[in-house]
Design a protein around this ligand. Structure first.
Ligand code: FES
Length: 407
């Protein structure tokens, strides 16, 4: 299949730009606008306790050969539990042959009451994503966690602000919601997107990005970078490595004009972008990032079951508070298990999604004792200073540890 023209950077898109035949859907996507000047006003959405509800699939829409957009209907009695900020995600949960799998997917549409839409891309060997992209159908019910996440804007107001997103593959998903909201909530804001894929056929939301460009021709700049397809501009062809990114920051996007950065993709790209921005003098507090791990990469948590406390062996006492209720569980020192793993043994409703230190759903505050955290791709420095930890990555280092999930 011939490559399609992905359009230019800041001018109106080329009339020959390829479009998928779902313009009506794209227009509906754009019609769901929001009011106000800030993207971060919904405090309930920012700090809501994660809970699952069964939601019905209203629509499954093909985005690329291996990616779909899934829209869930949110009944009015649950609508307040499913308000969200652009950039947040939901976790989906399902049993496969008696084994529960949870996967987090970013919400791809700007906030709208009564529905939640996520994009799911099939990962080679990924059981959940393979099932979701091939079998999930309208009318099915699936457990959906209330929206979570801090990959959201910290800007108080958007007038005159320049926001930049750098995404790879399905990392575009939260940036779709963010780009739309940034542009819709002010008449003077600008959004600039660097979006890298292998080829045009892999570009998710191609039609919606084109519609967004049509709607905001002078305030949205799109830079499609294709690693395995030649584009007219050499800068937009090939893999994004350090020299290419530095060049982009010299000639396309001048960092001193940018108010907020959003990075979303695999670890290598996000780390490269963070390092490059830091070297360019960008303050880390203006850079927000989110990693994605592939479905196939995931290590499933043990859900607290395999660890057994043998009589007389040294243990650590882990006390935790969740929904105002305190529980204590003993954890063998030799097991060196995570606080989440131990807590799930006595409370199956302890919140978690990725179990890999990425999403932040398992966040709690350490009130007593000390822990060692293995990975942290979710907590900000100020949260660490205030004693917050990711319990899926935290292992007790004192005889007694007390954490609170409610604060
Ligand atoms: S469950 Fe995702 S960071 Fe712990």
């Amino acid at each position: 299949m011939a490559a399609r023209n992905l359009g230019s950077t800041t001018a109106r898109p080329d009339a020959s730009m390829g479009r998928r035949p779902d313009a009506a859907v794209a227009s509906a996507f754009l019609a769901s606008t929001v009011g106000g000047e800030s993207l971060s006003t919904d405090d309930a959405a920012k700090r809501r306790r994660a809970r699952f509800h069964s939601l019905e699939v209203a629509e499954v829409r093909q985005l690329t050969a291996d990616a779909v957009e899934v829209t869930f209907a949110v009944p009015e009695q649950l609508a307040d539990d499913y308000t969200y900020l652009p950039g947040q995600y939901v976790a989906l949960r399902r049993d496969f042959d008696g084994h529960e799998l949870r996967r987090s997917y970013s919400i791809c549409r700007p906030p709208v009451r009564g529905s939640i839409s996520v994009a799911i891309k099939r990962d080679l060997g990924g059981r959940f994503s393979t099932w979701a992209t091939s079998e999930l159908a309208p009318g099915d019910a699936l457990d959906v966690m209330s929206p979570q996440g801090t990959f959201t804007s910290a800007l108080d107001a958007l007038d005159g602000k320049h926001v930049v997103g750098i995404a790879a593959g399905s990392g575009i998903t939260p940036l779709m919601a963010l780009a739309h909201a940034v542009l819709a909530r002010s008449e003077t804001s600008e959004f600039e997107l660097v979006y890298t894929n292998r080829s045009t056929l892999d570009v998710m939301f191609l039609e919606e990005l084109a519609e967004l460009k049509d709607r905001y021709p002078s305030r949205l700049a799109l830079h499609h970078v294709l690693s395995r397809e030649q584009r007219t501009a050499p800068l937009l062809s090939g893999r994004i490595d350090a020299p290419k990114l530095e060049q982009m920051l010299d000639v396309l996007i001048r960092p001193e004009t940018v108010d907020e950065w959003f990075l979303c993709g695999p670890f290598e790209l996000v780390q490269l972008a963070r390092d490059t921005l830091e070297a360019k003098g960008v303050d880390a507090s203006h850079v927000r990032y989110e990693l994605f791990t592939t479905d196939a990469d995931r290590v499933e948590p043990r859900h607290g079951r395999p660890v057994v406390v043998e009589r007389g062996e040294p243990t650590v006492a882990i006390e935790f508070t969740l929904d105002g209720q305190s529980s204590t569980v003993d954890s063998p020192v030799s097991a060196n298990e995570s606080i989440l793993n131990a807590a799930l043994r006595v409370r199956p409703d302890v919140p978690f999604a990725c179990a890999g230190g990425v999403c932040g759903t398992c966040r709690a505050r350490v009130l007593e004792g000390s822990v060692a955290m293995t990975e942290n791709y979710a907590l900000e420095p100020d949260e660490l200073e205030r004693g917050y930890v990711l319990t899926c990555q935290s292992h007790p280092k004192s005889d007694r540890v007390v954490v609170d999930y409610d604060v």
